[in-house]
Design a protein. Structure first.
Length: 106
């Protein structure tokens, strides 16, 4: 094979028809406001845990809709509730996070 000095990255495309949405659907069943997220990022910008852990509720919700594993990021949340106060869609973000932890512990 000829070495061109660069490599083409693996495709990052996600097939939304085949991803496992069971966790996201279970969350929306238990906390229906989770569906209202418009990914504005206000929660991430004000998150207490973000500066030292990279925690982002916005990313948690987006990754859930893409069938990705969100467990490592979830462990950084300290349930302070700041994200609930800033969410423009009125999402009960604290309960979203609590519900996700409960689902994981079941
Ligand atoms: S409840 Fe969790 S996600 Fe929300 S601001 Fe606090 S640490 Fe961040
Ligand atoms: S602040 Fe609310 S609407 Fe905005 S990304 Fe966070 S959860 Fe979604």
């Amino acid at each position: 094979m000829i070495d061109f000095g660069f490599a083409i990255n693996k495709s990052g495309t996600i097939n939304l028809d085949t991803v496992d949405l069971s966790l996201y659907n279970e969350l929306c069943l238990k906390e229906p406001t989770a569906r209202l997220c418009m990914a504005c990022g206000s929660c991430s910008a004000t998150c207490t845990a973000a500066p030292f852990s990279g925690m982002s509720l916005r990313k948690v919700l987006l990754d859930l809709q893409r069938g990705k594993d969100i467990k490592p990021m979830m462990s950084a949340c300290m349930l302070c509730g700041k994200c609930t106060m800033v969410c423009p869609r009125g999402i009960n973000t604290r309960n979203v996070l609590l519900t996700l932890s409960r689902i994981y512990h079941e």
